[in-house]
Write a protein that binds this ligand. Structure first.
Ligand code: SAH
Length: 358
């Protein structure tokens, strides 16, 4: 039976856990001790929290759980990338990826089960949106990644670039960011956290007002509305100019750099003319452009361009003075593009049984 009355600690801000402690007749400071065990020391059982009295441990066992998710499949590549398929308590699955590059160790997290955006080249939206993730389901992806760090490694960055459109699960994403940020939580500075969005206008506006120093990445993928609407259906409602305007407002308020993601797809958005149009579109915006050759998904017909086409595209942007990086393809042998592994698993095995973590 699914016990909804059990509280998940990873959903909670410290103030809420303090209130809970008081409600069960315990002092508020116990909250900080409990959270320190979970987030600092990576402990996953109340009975290992040695500075808590036995009585409190028993109450916690009865009323709370630490993990509401568990790791299903773990796949590693030679380049240090690890991909986790995470099982949720309702039988759904999501993905998170641990990426290593020099001293940078990044957790890439999902925010939804599936995605409503239905971008034509992305596996995440292939079967629509099932539901939003809870705050705890987002946080636990980072905790699972942390458990797999090497002894001398530290998690340095978090990117919201897994399955789902983060700004359409706004409240849970912001709560998760607060836990990631907090001293009592994961202790990762907002400047090391990136939210990637397809361009949800009111989401960008709300985010600008949060007073957080988060990096915002815009998945642009085209320099004109006809091409963009062809591959990103939601562009028909938003349009490139509106997105750019909101992005610029975001960056004038937060003073963070703008970055644009551009997935290169052969015959769609990767020609010399496309590069020239993109350079024209972005010439007055102080920004970084991340080029990413398409990670081909079997179910779709799109192909990545040849390496020479990618190089030419990059050269044209640089010639116009733009800052460009070509993202190394990491983890493509393990289906690391958004939603690929989940989709593969659903196609092969169907949905999992429900389970309890407790
Ligand atoms: N919904 C958000 C978060 C997804 S982030 C967004 O759109 O930004 C993941 C990034 O990878 C997005 O830029 C997305 O468009 C891109 N992407 C998705 N599938 C891809 C694929 N098969 N190959 C390359 N990039 C892909």
């Amino acid at each position: 039976m699914y016990r909804t009355e059990i509280l998940s600690i990873t959903n909670m801000l410290i103030t809420e856990l303090e209130e809970f402690c008081i409600s069960i007749g315990e002092p508020a400071y116990r909250a900080e001790q409990i959270l320190s065990w979970i987030y600092d020391k990576g402990v996953a059982a109340f009975d290992q929290m040695s500075n808590l009295p036995g009585d409190l441990k028993r109450k916690l066992e009865e009323k709370c759980q630490i993990f509401q998710t568990k790791i299903g499949t773990l796949i590693k590549t030679g380049d240090g990338t690890e991909k986790f398929l995470i099982c949720l308590s309702d039988g759904n699955e999501i993905e998170c990826v641990l990426l290593r590059e020099d001293k940078r160790v990044t957790a890439c997290v999902s925010t939804q089960v599936g995605c409503a955006m239905a971008c034509r080249f992305c596996a995440s939206g292939k079967r629509g949106l099932e539901r939003n993730l809870t705050t705890g389901e987002i946080i636990e992806q980072v905790l699972h990644c942390k458990k797999h760090l090497l002894p001398n490694e530290r998690l340095t960055n978090i990117v919201f670039m897994g399955i789902g459109e983060p700004l359409t699960n706004y409240d849970n994403v912001i709560r998760a960011v607060k836990i990631m940020n907090a001293e009592w939580g994961l202790g990762i500075g907002a400047r090391h956290i990136t939210i990637s969005t397809v361009g949800t206008l009111n989401g960008i506006q709300r985010l600008a007002r949060e007073g957080l120093q988060l990096n915002l990445a815009i998945s642009l993928h085209a320099a004109d509305d006809i091409t963009r609407s062809r591959i990103i259906p939601s562009n028909k409602q938003t349009g490139i100019q509106h997105i750019l305007r909101e992005a610029q407002k975001y960056f004038s308020i937060t003073k963070r750099d703008i970055s644009f993601e551009y997935t290169l797809i052969d015959g769609v958005n990767a020609s010399k003319q496309d590069a020239e149009s993109l350079a024209r579109l972005l010439r007055n915006i102080q920004c970084n452009i991340n080029l990413l050759p398409l990670n081909p998904i079997e179910e779709f017909n799109f192909k990545p361009p040849y390496r020479e086409t990618v190089n030419t595209f990059c050269r044209i942007l640089k010639k116009h003075g733009l800052t460009v990086t070509v993202r190394k393809k990491k983890g493509d042998t393990i289906n690391a593009a958004c939603g690929q592994l989940r989709l593969r698993n659903i196609n092969f095995y169907g949905k999992n049984e429900k389970f309890f973590v407790k």
